[in-house]
Design a binder for this molecule. Structure first.
Ligand SMILES: Nc1ncnc2c1ncn2[C@@H]1O[C@H](COP(=O)(O)OP(=O)(O)O)[C@@H](O)[C@H]1O
Ligand SMILES: [Mg+2]
Length: 457
């Protein structure tokens, strides 16, 4: 018999829920506030907590977090008011199994409860395996069918076998990290370590000691010897992520290491030679930084031995649907959802968007869609792209002129057209998405000579 806790501040609804769940054979307790819920969960280990999101002082999200902090295996289902999808998504991100939208029928409640309990059972069963293997059915893989991406793959395979330094460039989310890891996995060093140095997050003052290590007593706070990351990577690969963020002050230290392959821990008077393959990545334009005087030219040449530029997603549109499909399968399995495919319209929406955040943004949009979709097919209404349909203004394409830029009015016109297309000409919906009044929309339609009716399906 599963132990359930119902958290609902409306007494009548709470009672209905408790009765329905008890009849289904569960041991159910009900409480009317978040405070009580948290107190109970300190005393009893529940299999499942069903909580309303909107409660008094302590809300459902806090109940969720409290429950998960106490025992991550307790499943949580949240009940949300109609229309508050955002809070449901937030709850799922914070670890809720699923949500039910109010008002719900007893059957809907029982259904989600069954699935949550099944999930809990499976989780306990497979924990042992999961701990050992990350996701054996789905090792990371580079997906992409476009010619441009196939060319990247060819280069990755070819360069993996060499020991030369590679500089991976590309906008954020284009897959620089993943590519660096693939290179390592295809290289003769595949079984050796892959050490990541995020140059954006190491404070300048600590860089030398982090990278090259220090001896006990070398400076105040150095209470014992510490191996640097460059030495940890000996025999393997050192990944210098966000290398464009490296402060000028420490660039010479990195340069020296790249030139000599030697490191000297702070406080040690002898250098050590290490054998590491270096891969660096950045989304910055290092050449521009050189002219600005914020990146050393000699360091650039040391890093840029083999340059690998990853194209933004909008320049390889054919990759969007295959990537989205891969993410769909992965998230459906991970989240225990039944989503299997995208509708034709959903594929069109995905393909039409400019993806300023590239593959990472696509991954997030698909994750959210998988959370929200109820059936096997994902439809456009499950796809939330905050700036969807914004016309691509050609940023990042390297063009220096302004010839391809458009006026604010043109931008507005295109935005209105795009939204109308999405909502099939429904002016009320369009006005609400654009966050303007219906009369303002009407005026703008006239101004731009747009016929909303022509978008009706
Ligand atoms: N070609 C690809 N195939 C599959 N997944 C990809 C691909 N490119 C990027 N990703 C995924 O997209 C996300 C962002 O990629 P990442 O390598 O972190 O980008 P970057 O380092 O360029 O910002 C990661 O989850 C990564 O696994
Ligand atoms: Mg990255």
């Amino acid at each position: 018999m599963a132990q359930l806790l119902v958290v609902e501040d409306q007494p009548a609804l709470r009672q209905t829920m408790t009765i329905a769940l008890s009849r289904a054979g569960h041991a159910v307790e009900g409480v009317g506030s978040g405070e009580e819920a948290l107190a109970r969960t300190q005393e009893t280990l529940y299999d499942l907590v069903i909580t309303d999101l909107r409660l008094g002082e302590v809300d459902g999200l806090e109940v969720l977090k409290g429950v998960k902090a106490r025992d991550a295996d307790t499943e949580v289902v949240v009940a949300t008011a109609y229309g508050s999808i955002d809070s449901a998504v937030e709850a799922i991100r914070a670890g809720a199994f699923d949500y039910v939208t109010k008002p719900f029928t007893p059957d809907q409640l029982l259904h989600v409860v069954d699935r949550a309990l099944e999930r809990r059972r499976l989780k306990t069963e497979v924990r042992y395996l999961n701990r050992r293997l990350e996701d054996p059915n789905d090792p990371p893989e580079l997906v992409g069918e476009s010619e441009r991406f196939q060319r990247v793959l060819g280069i990755v395979r070819e360069w993996a076998s060499s020991d030369s330094t590679i500089l991976v460039t590309g906008e954020t989310g284009t897959g620089k990290d993943l590519v660096a890891r693939m290179i390592q996995r295809l290289s003769p060093r595949a079984d050796e370590v892959f050490v990541v140095v995020n140059c954006a997050t190491i404070p300048s003052a600590l860089f030398e000691s982090e990278l090259f290590g220090h001896m006990k007593g070398a400076f105040s706070g150095a209470t014992r010897n510490r191996k640097g990351l460059a030495q940890e990577a000996d025999g393997g690969t050192l990944f210098l992520d966000e290398v464009g963020e490296l402060p000028m002050a420490v660039q010479p230290q990195l340069l020296r290491f790249l030139e000599t392959g030697e490191i000297r821990p702070i406080g040690q008077n002898r250098s050590v030679t290490v054998d590491t393959r270096v891969i660096a990545a950045t989304n910055r334009d290092l050449r521009a930084m050189i002219s600005e005087g914020t990146f050393r030219e000699d360091l650039y040449y040391r890093l840029n031995v083999l340059p690998l530029d990853l194209p933004p997603l909008r320049q390889r549109v054919e990759d969007i649907v295959p990537l989205a499909t891969r993410f769909l399968t992965r998230f459906a399995r991970r989240l225990g959802r039944q989503a299997e495919s995208f509708s034709q319209e959903a594929q069109e929406v995905l393909t039409a968007y400019g993806w300023p955040g590239n593959v990472r943004e696509l991954e997030n949009v698909v994750e959210r869609a998988v959370m929200l979709a109820r059936g096997a097919v994902i439809h456009p209404e499950h796809l939330f792209m905050p700036d969807a349909e914004r016309p691509d203004l050609g940023q990042g394409g390297g063009e220096g002129g302004v010839g391809d830029l458009i006026s604010l009015a043109e931008l507005e016109r295109r935005q209105i057209l795009a939204i109308l297309k999405r909502v099939s000409g429904n002016q009320k919906k369009a006005a609400s998405v654009l966050d303007i009044s219906k009369s303002t929309l009407w005026r703008k339609l006239k101004e731009y000579g747009i016929d909303a009716a022509s978008f009706a399906k």
